[in-house]
Design a protein around this ligand. Structure first.
Ligand code: PGA
Length: 241
């Protein structure tokens, strides 16, 4: 894994946006694996700036998002569909039919998970996967557990994740308790991975991901086995290294 430590969140966001933009320049029909949460907000803001400067186009880009809360409608303001429109899709020339996010309202969840895996396969796999990391070491919503869950699946969110994400809701009771998430194999199949972490709250997870043993108790540790990962962190997230 290639570790890059930058000063602060602003620098991290610019650097991450440059990496995504250069992927699009090198391959205009790139398949981008995208993430939500507070960490990539600055990255998307910087990417929109680069788009507005006329340096990149999303007209041939395909996106595959990591996850969606189970039970939330696309138009719910807390949904990841909504997040992606707010922070990226509404501001660039991406085609609606090229946007993929799990359907949080799917009635047949197993069929939805299969549909999602089929999409990843049909587009030829993910060229560059953007990831955040949870304080508990999760990637996507692959929570710490007894084994690595391979494919897209329904997840019971841990108390820790529900608490961490409660800041986006008016009360912790409103946080959905389940999500549909790409699995570890779906993520590890990406040709390149860019993982972002910012702030001291993430320092423990970053340390375990990079220096700890590979274990499903720290899902991100599996990235040690991937041949092309850039871990881009600010000084806070690197403070235990
Ligand atoms: P955050 O979430 O960017 O909101 O900290 C990251 C994650 O939980 O994967």
């Amino acid at each position: 894994m290639h570790l890059e430590i930058v000063k602060d969140y602003e620098t991290l966001s610019k650097r991450a946006a440059y990496i995504l933009a250069s992927q699009i320049i090198l391959k205009p029909a790139s398949v981008l694996g995208l993430a939500t949460g507070s960490t990539p907000v600055g990255t998307y803001r910087e990417l929109v700036k680069i788009y507005n400067e006329g340096l990149i186009s999303f007209s041939r880009v395909i996106t595959i998002n990591l996850d969606e809360y189970y039970g939330l409608d696309k138009d719910d303001e807390q949904s990841y569909h909504y997040f992606m429109r707010e922070h990226l899709f509404n501001h660039v020339d991406i085609k609606d039919e090229n946007i993929n996010i799990p359907d949080g309202k799917a009635v047949d969840v197993e069929a939805e998970c299969r549909r999602y895996e089929n999409i990843i396969e049909a587009v030829g796999g993910i060229d560059l996967q953007l990831l955040g990391i949870g304080q508990n070491g999760h990637i996507g919503f692959n929570e710490p557990g007894e084994h690595f869950e391979a494919l897209t699946h329904l997840v019971d969110l841990t108390e820790n994740t529900i608490k961490a994400n409660a800041r986006f809701f008016s009360s912790p009771e409103e946080v959905p308790t389940q999500a549909i998430s790409m699995g570890i194999k779906s993520i590890m199949g990406a040709k390149k991975i860019l993982l972002l972490a910012s702030g001291e709250k993430k320092a423990g997870a970053v340390y375990k991901m990079l220096k700890g043993k590979i274990t499903p108790q720290v899902p991100a540790s599996v990235l040690q086995m991937h041949p092309d990962v850039v871990v881009l962190v600010d000084e806070g997230a690197a403070s235990l290294l």
